[in-house]
Design a protein around this ligand. Sequence first.
Ligand code: ZN
Length: 309
Amino acid sequence: MSYPTTALMPDRLVQAVAAGDTVRAVAATTTHLVQEACRRHGSWKTATVALGRTLTGAALLASSLKTGERVTIHVEGRGPVGTITAEANAQGDVRGYVRHPKTDVPLRPDGKLDIGTAVGKGVLHVIREGGFEIGLMEAYRGSVPLVSGEIAEDLTYYLSYSEQIPSAMSLGVYMEAGDGVVGAAGGFLVQVLPDADATTVRHLEQTVAAAPPITEMVRAGAAPEDLLRQALGDLDWRPLAERALQFVCTCSLERTERLLMALGVDEMRTILAEQGQAELICHYCNAVYRLSAADLQRLIDAEMGGKSI
Ligand SMILES: [Zn+2]
């Protein structure tokens, strides 16, 4: 393969249609956002790959959303990494975490990271929501058993079974030999719409199966368009839209304070009396918010002020 070497290429997602608009395809490179997730969570190799695949899968699923909507994937496995959560929106913002980031399991006999064992058996949930700032409305929730814990296979099964759209997803995260360095990450999703003819479906089955591993392509510098070319073969296709992808968390000191105030005055007084301060950690990005005794008193006063006559 010969792609331009573009190690510093930012993360991107490209949406496309193929075969007279009877096939929907989307591909993304996510190396930098997976690296950022790994850095924030201090995750070890196996956990990083499991989280990175889920983050990439969320970015791909979010490609069909409208502004203000978001999709959340919960991989509720019973394996050593614990539950994985990834969320993405229509702006290309992606965030997520894995319950036990400092987890590795023995390599598979073929020398690859054993993500299926690390994730384990369990359930995959996908939740689509709309209306970010006006109170989230749950629009759609689907759940299927995990088929392999390898994430791409599980999401493919979910889309085909729960959302009833024949789909093929491929995801990959490559870890460099050193600790905490994500060498490449990305993925593609191909979906066959009801009008697709049998020849197109057979063609896609072959091209998707024959596509080189995502990690190999992205390590060689492949852009999302290159991933689409491999996935779609010689089908006629055209790009519809593209966007940048980034790890972004919506947490802030202000939101943390609102969360504390929602606990109520009595609870805040208890925290102040027992701990003398409050420390809250955002699961999604590992940011730590520390509120001093004076901060807590200010919130209590504000809450009391708001309720006094
Ligand atoms: Zn956060």
